[in-house]
Write a protein of this length. Structure first.
Length: 288
């Protein structure tokens, strides 16, 4: 799109990486698309209670940074976080190859007409996170696949929230909740796996959960708590009481309520206090 000065790149929002990426599954080579962030493209807005950064509309339009971090082979649709994409174990390649049609069919049921040879947009961004969630089934525990699936599912849920706002009446809000419930499962499973020595979290370099800031391990514990509170199963009241009680104790411990909490990031501390109070209120209702 050109501006008044005739500069066709004036409103450019992304670029193709100079180096090529080779798919370890089908051998396709491609250039990753990266989001440009300078020149007022991203105007930070509020931070949600799920630690999702919202952005205000700029002269570049509405931008969705989470549409870009997942690396997806445009040919076979194998996907992973950027740092893991080329590290798929060789003995898993035949399994990923055999599942190509099934993962494409699954994604296209929700996101029809997706083409990863085209520039990313909100829809293909959400589809990319779903593919990441699916493909980490093929990575060993040394990659910390469970928490990465949780992050991808949560990011897919956020992008579906945005899709619900852009395309109302298409049931994307319902799908967003489903993905967040899946994220809740993965976060809780990842924490349980670490506790019992089945899978460490050391394969994750940044806990996110969004791309603007890494809230670390404590942020991960907070996200697990907020997801359980908002999307956790309510079928078994006793089990829910146990989970929320554990979350409340964890939140109190990591945020040091009752003593100095100056070392915690301000927004995370504030959200932690709100969650602590919300958990306390629901647990009180159980007691009554």
């Amino acid at each position: 799109m050109a501006n008044k000065d005739g500069n066709e790149n004036a409103l450019k929002i992304s670029f193709l990486a100079k180096d090529t990426t080779r798919c370890p599954v089908c051998g396709e080579t491609f250039h990753r698309e990266e989001l440009l962030s300078g020149s007022g493209r991203l105007i930070a807005g509020s931070l949600t209670d799920e630690l999702h950064r919202l952005y205000e509309t700029s002269r570049y339009g509405d931008l969705y940074p989470l549409s870009y971090p997942a690396t997806v082979c445009p040919r076979c649709w194998f996907a992973a976080m950027d740092q893991d994409f080329t590290k798929l174990p060789k003995d898993e390649i035949p399994l990923v190859e055999a599942a190509e049609h099934s993962r494409k069919d699954m994604v296209q049921m929700i996101f029809p007409s997706i083409d990863f040879y085209e520039n990313r947009n909100l829809v293909s961004g959400a589809a990319s996170q779903l593919l990441v969630c699916l493909c980490y089934d093929y990575f060993p525990v040394t990659f910390s696949p469970t928490i990465k699936q949780g992050i991808a599912a949560l990011r897919a849920g956020w992008l579906l929230d945005h899709m619900d706002a852009v395309y109302p009446g298409q049931h994307y809000g319902w799908l967003a909740e489903m993905f967040k419930k899946k994220a809740c499962f993965f976060y809780s499973e990842a924490l349980a796996n670490e506790t019992f020595g089945k899978e460490t979290l050391s394969g994750l370099t940044a806990f996110g959960p969004d791309t603007d800031k890494n809230y670390g391990y404590e942020g991960m514990l907070y996200v697990r708590g907020i997801l359980e509170y908002k999307y956790g199963s309510q079928k078994d009241p006793r089990r829910r009481y146990e989970i929320l009680s554990d979350s409340k104790r964890t939140i109190a411990k990591i945020f040091g309520f009752g003593k100095s909490s100056k070392s915690k990031p301000g927004p995370l501390l504030e959200h932690g206090k709100n969650l602590y109070n919300q958990l306390g209120k629901e647990l009180q209702d159980f007691d009554e």
